[in-house]
Design a protein around this ligand. Structure first.
Ligand code: AMP
Ligand code: GLY
Length: 426
């Protein structure tokens, strides 16, 4: 059986690695893939990104199942296109993917369905946004409405910072956000206190199966300082998601979302990711929805998943997700991202990468921004590698992951030294 994974990041390398372990799978194509998926066992890169051409490939090669990694093809309607051509694909439709592609849509949806989230207002006229900031006062969070690769969010501690963010996003589009057809909009919301967690579930119609919890580290530098990034490291499980928090999130956030999407004519299929802020009382509020797996959360989550992912996705697509029970390695998995010099702003790419350790049972290096250039591995994107390890505790998984990091060299590499610190501090 042949599988196609769409995407080129660390999440897609981890998906391909996990799917390739299924006893029924002969080959996993990754389109367009990276330097890791180029040489992975039973993996092959496919230099296609056009949706119609990918569908043609699936017909010609009799691909059993396509799994979509990133949000961009989902927002562009890859699932609608594949379904119209009777091809099997795992992911939400364009309509359902609005939960991620438009923050304004997601906020209005949460409001309609009573899903806990920060109070907010949406603006497309700058002076109204500025006036709201003056009335509301800091701290505030200003978010560009559109896909921004994790960079279109400014947590403003002062009113001046909030005004500057509105100027950047609404008046100048400094972040190069892909705005919707209506043009630039910003969402301004109240700042929430607490600890973040990533809560990702499998959804097919009205059935939901949660994946293991995880926590990402979005800031560039140790101690959660510096600019927001796509994610500098992650681990699973996240201790902040206690059994009580878990039950509450399912009841107050996930199930109302899944049922609400179906009721509004956008029945959801695929991975659904709720980014949560959990306060000291164990109340969870939704910071954002993503219509895909997290990156780098996927790398530790899939290291812990014991079940056959192909069997799970097949059952879900056949309407049998309610019969699925996932089995997890009880150990903690932790992944450290190694980023290119200049990330997350102006990248300096092309440097040679050496020393990547061979995979072992408890250690795996997932590639993201890498390419193979005449047999030489080089950096080709902001987040270059994620070194993921399993251990009996967060500390042990952390030590093992950093033992892998220390073997790797490339010029100007950046990585955090403290991935997992909140779990260790608990
Ligand atoms: P988002 O892309 O909406 O998840 O926002 C990116 C990051 O900004 C989150 O991971 C949080 O660290 C922070 N953030 C977003 N919204 C809020 C909020 N309402 N209160 C506090 N922090 C927030
Ligand atoms: N790591 C955060 C995300 O994938 O959105």
């Amino acid at each position: 059986m042949k599988i196609l994974v769409i995407g080129s990041g660390g999440r897609e390398h981890a998906l391909a690695w996990k799917l390739a372990q299924s006893p029924r799978v002969g080959k996993v194509y990754v389109a367009p893939g990276n330097g890791g998926t180029a040489t992975g066992e039973r993996m092959q890169n496919l230099p296609i990104t056009d949706i119609a051409q990918l569908a043609d490939f699936c017909v010609a090669e009799d691909i059993h199942l396509t799994v979509v990694g990133p949000e961009a093809p989902l927002a562009a309607g890859v699932v609608d296109h594949f379904r119209a051509r009777k091809l099997r694909i795992w992911g939400p439709t364009q309509g359902a993917a609005q939960l991620e592609s438009s923050k304004a849509y997601a906020k209005a949806f949460m409001q309609r369905h009573g899903i806990p989230t920060a109070a907010h207002r949406t603006f497309d006229v700058a002076f109204e946004a500025h006036a709201y900031i003056d009335v509301r006062g800091a701290p505030l969070v200003v978010k560009a409405d559109g896909l921004a690769a994790g960079k279109g969010v400014v947590v403003a501690q002062t009113v001046a910072e909030a005004h500057a963010a509105v100027r950047d996003m609404l008046e100048q589009n400094t972040y190069g956000v892909q705005h919707g057809v209506e043009g630039a909009r910003v969402v301004i919301e109240d700042f929430l206190e607490g600890e973040e967690a990533s809560f990702i579930v499998l959804v097919a119609g009205n059935h939901v199966v949660p994946l293991a919890s995880s926590q990402d580290h979005k800031r560039l530098r140790d101690g959660d300082e510096g600019p927001n990034t796509g994610g500098m490291g992650a681990y699973s499980p996240a201790p902040v998601v206690t059994p009580e928090v878990h039950a509450r999130v399912m009841r107050e956030i996930i199930l109302p979302t899944v049922h609400g999407m179906a009721a509004e004519g956008h029945p959801y299929t695929g991975f659904l990711y709720a980014g949560l802020m959990v306060n000291a009382q164990g109340q969870a509020r939704t910071l954002e929805f993503n219509c895909r797996l997290g990156d780098p959360e996927t790398q530790p989550i899939l290291m812990r998943l014991k079940s056959d992912l192909v069997g799970v996705l097949d059952a879900a697509l056949d309407g049998k997700l309610d019969s699925v029970e996932l089995h997890w390695d009880r150990r903690t998995a932790l992944a450290v991202v190694m980023a290119a010099p200049g990330y997350p702003e102006l990248l300096r790419l092309g440097g040679e990468i050496t020393g990547v350790p061979r995979p072992e049972d408890d250690l795996h290096v997932f590639h993201a921004g890498t390419r193979l250039d005449d047999g030489v591995l080089r950096t080709s994107g902001g987040r270059v590698l994620a070194v993921a390890a399993l251990g009996d505790s967060v500390r042990i998984a952390q030590a093992r992951a950093y033992s892998g990091v220390r073997q790797i060299q490339f010029e100007g590499m950046q990585f955090r030294q403290d991935i997992g610190w909140r779990a260790i501090k608990r």
